[in-house]
Every structure is written in C-alpha cells, then in structure tokens.
Design a protein around this ligand. Sequence first.
Ligand SMILES: [Zn+2]
Length: 469
Amino acid sequence: MLSIFNTLTKRKEIFYPIHFNHVNIYVCGVTAYDLCHIGHIRTFLTFDIVIRYLKYCGYQVNYVRNITDIDDKIILRATQNGENPYQLVDRMINAMHLDLDALDIIRPNYEPRVTQHISDIIIFIKQLINKGHAYIASNGDIMFSVSSYKNYGILSHQKIEKLRTQSRTSNNDQIKENPLDFVLWKMAKPNQPNWPSPWGLGRPGWHIECSAISCKELGNYFDIHGGGSDLIFPHHENEIAQSVCAHNSPYVNIWMHSGMVMIDKKKMSKSLNNIFFVRDILSKYESEVIRYFLMSSHYRSPIHYKEENIKKSQEALKNLYIALRGTHPTTFPINEGKVFIDKFNKAMNDDFNTPKAYLVLFELAHEVNKLKSERSTKMHDIATILRYLANIIGILKKDPDSFLQNSFLQKQNTQNCDITLIEKIIQKRNIARKNKEWNVADNLRDQLLERGVILEDGLEATTWRWIDI
Ligand SMILES: [Zn+2]
C-alpha cells in the first residue's frame, strides 16, 4: 500500500485514487524568465519519481505542469534585455526542455502556457465575482476577498488573524478590503501585453492560472497537487481559496511539497546570489550523478548542495556500475528477486523513500560482487534485478563501461589521458601476460595507474575505469 505525506493533513495517508486506477496530478511549473536552477530540478525530479513509481504500480497517470509565460518578472527581464517578452519566453522554454531532457526528467502529458488559457481564467474569475468571493478594487484590478473564505490558512496551518498582522505593511493595502486579498486580474499598463476582459484590458494575476488550468484539464477535484515547499504560502493557499469558492467542491486530495535546496546552510535564492543553474552543473557531472544526488535525501527534507556531496553520489553510483560491469541481462529471475523487490517496494511505498530504496540497490550490488568473486553465473540474475529496480527510479540506465569511462570522470582526474592510448597499453599488457613477462605487464599497469586508470582483470577480459576520486 502506497502512503504519501499530505501537507494538508500533516500526516502520511494511504493513497487511493479518486478514479479507479487513474491518477490526475498537477505540478506548478516555471516562470519562463530565466534558466532552470537546481531548485527547479529538485521539484521536477521529485514528481518524476512519483510518476515513474505510480506507473510501476500500474496506475495510468495524467500529469499536467504549467508554464507561466506572462508575469512581472518576464516583462522586467525582457525590458532589461531589450527583447520582446514572447521571444524571451520561447528561449527560456526551449532551454528548460534541453535541461530537463538531459536529466531524463519525464515530460508532462500536457504542458500548458498560461496565455493559452486566458478565456478559462476569465470564466473562473467571473464565477468568483458572481458568488461574492471577488470584487473590483478602486484601481480597476479584480481582487479575491480572503474574508469570504472561512478556511483560509488551512494548507499552511496558519491562523488568518496572524497572517493579517504579518501582511499589514503591503504597498497597495489602500485598494484592498483586507490586506490578505490578492489580485486575480490586473489592469493593463501602457505597452505591456494585455487581453480583453469584461473588466477592461489586462492580464491574470499569478495564483489564478493554476486553479483555472487544473480545473479545465483535471476537473474540480483531483488526486495530487505538487510543487516546491516555498509555494505552500501564499500560492497554494490562494489556489485552494479560489477553487473551493468557485466550485463548492474540495480541490485536491493530496498536497505534496518537495524540500528546499540549501547552499552553505542557507536557502538558495536570487537575493543571496547563490543560484546554481542546471547547465553549469551538467557541464561538470554526468546527468545520472545529479539525479542520484537529488534522490539521496528524502524528497521532503532539505538537500545540501555542495561539491563534496555530489562527489559522494558519484562514488556511490560508480560502485553500483562496477557491480553491473561484466554481467548480462537474464530472463527475469522472479524467485531470486522477490525478497529484494518487496524491500524496494516497501521503501518506495513509504512516501517515496529513495534513500531507503538505495539501501536495497547496495545490498544487491554487494551480492553481485560476492557471486562474481565466487565465479557464480547467478551473478547475472542478481544484476538483472539490480538494474530492474534502479531503472524504476531512473538510474543505472547506461552501459557500465560508458559510465565508468566517461569524460566527466576523466575531467576530474589530474592526469589527462587519451582513450586510444589506454587501450593500446592494455593490448601490450595482454601480450606480455600471455608470454608470462610479468615484470613488463606490471610495469604497463603502473603506467596506466599514473595516468589515473585502474585495470580490472575479469574472467573473460581486462576492463578499465578512471581512478577513485
Ligand atoms: Zn501554481
């Protein structure tokens, strides 16, 4: 039985889909004004794992992740760059796809841009006005009336009175009936993108897009809504208020939030100037290493981004590949696999606990290594289970040789060395060994070691990998 931590109830709950065997999931996507950073990837990878695992459990999954393509930040950045906001958005969306694809992060079934849903947003706002949950402020903006929804604060577990005191310093309080009220539709400013509406030319506020798009694509009430934990308040709190008030229906069954990425014990943020962009990280590390690293902490815990921790992940992944090396896939060994598969499922059923799932992978790798040393052909069966389980969470998908000999590991070695040269020296050494010239063979092995290369003499052939870092 899969259990998932629900931010709304603050406990793990057994997951039952609303519609038999079918899971509808919505995740808040990027605002397309800059490149993706490690924080985005943490959230999207969390839901990549959720979706992969739900599919493995036999569910049909419908995954929607929006793109905010109209927003103050986009307009500001485009003006700074001297480009059209639409050009900026297109560039950033292409860059995002390149980065996420490089990390093998599952694409949503539907990835709507907000500007494709302006009419749905307008219909939604009309419903809120008609039901007395929204009003026209003195500057013409449409505001949501927080005091019209008695459960406001239900997701972030905050009392409305406390929130009211905290938000009293806001700039445009004078136009609001209540300082917590938030904008649904903004009146157009000169030379900014705008759309016609019953209230004049304007554009949507941020929170309304996710309520309107999720309702259109997944219905009034759906299974899972996710995002980074920084979105709990106010974004997701406001979404609940809008959707519940518009439809008199519960909005989401389970709210899932991924933890923050920490840099030197501080949150990663633009204001601290400690942002790490995905493409910079990908230029230094193999994509599976980044994936492995981000799953090495439970998705709800903060993760500490530092070189040392990524290198530890690289080392761990390398050890798994070393176990797989020299093995070949067999017909799936159900009997041998059962104990391990049960353990793996138990870990993942416990709120997608990837660190616990890793322990099962290492148990399997240990078993493979033991069988290898005993020269038992059973090693191929156990390796097949290892690869099968690892693939469920998107790792060990590469050929072991190409991972262990890849250029990322080479780059980190002090000695630069050409692969053809390595292979030439190995051939020479093979001839020396055949002729029982042990001194020559040992000398050639040392030459390679000096170049950062370790040789492993297997049953059938000698393989090599870059030295441990
Ligand atoms: Zn959202």
